[in-house]
Design a protein around this ligand. Structure first.
Ligand SMILES: [Zn+2]
Length: 68
C-alpha cells in the first residue's frame, strides 16, 4: 500500500459509495485500487489475498515442471 502524495490525491475510494470519498492510499502493484483513510484495512487484506494467489500459482507451476 502506498500513501498518495498531495498532488496524486484525486481518485475516489474503491470501497466507499461511488464518488463520496477521496482516496488517500493506493494498492501496490498494477491494480488501480484506491482507499480512503477508513478503508486502509480492507486494502491491506486485499493485498494479502493477492499475495496468496501469487504464491499458489507459483507452487502450481513448480509442480507442473516437476511432473514433466
Ligand atoms: Zn473508503
Amino acid at each position: 500500500m502506498k500513501r498518495l502524495k498531495k498532488k496524486q490525491i484525486g481518485p475516489w475510494c474503491s470501497y466507499c459509495e461511488p464518488k463520496t470519498t477521496k482516496a488517500t492510499h493506493r494498492q501496490d502493484g498494477f491494480a488501480d485500487i484506491f482507499c480512503c483513510h477508513n478503508h486502509r484495512y480492507e486494502l491491506i487484506l486485499n493485498e494479502q489475498e493477492n499475495r496468496k494467489i501469487d504464491t499458489h500459482m507459483t507452487e502450481a507451476d513448480y509442480e507442473t515442471w516437476n511432473s514433466l
